[in-house]
Design a binder for this molecule. Structure first.
Ligand SMILES: [Zn+2]
Length: 100
């Protein structure tokens, strides 16, 4: 399922309660209910498999704001690198090494 369709399916029925915040200088926190976190997990998988576009983002003040609680100041952008589909960001991105 495409990321857009997945969002339509989840956010068409319910509001999310995701809060993304900075815990410390090395850590970002994704906080939400079971349903919200499961949706975010599926969204990562969907974007990883979506060949037509390498990136997908959601923001508390823009597209996908129904996913977030009002107190969330941060959104997110998922960017898949290392595939045929390339954007300007892809050209600059260094492919992270796989864990061994
Ligand atoms: Zn890209």
């Amino acid at each position: 399922m495409t990321p857009d369709k997945l969002c339509g399916q989840f956010l068409g029925k319910a509001k999310g309660n995701l809060k993304i915040s900075i815990l410390d200088q090395d850590t970002v926190v994704f906080e939400g209910s079971k349903e919200t976190l499961e949706f975010v997990g599926k969204l990562f998988i969907s974007q990883a498999q979506y060949e037509s576009d390498c990136g997908f983002g959601m923001s508390p003040v823009d597209a996908g704001k129904r996913l977030f609680i009002k107190k969330s100041k941060l959104g997110f952008y998922i960017h898949r690198v290392g595939s045929d589909r390339k954007c300007d960001e892809c050209s600059r991105a260094e492919l992270p090494r796989q864990a061994e």
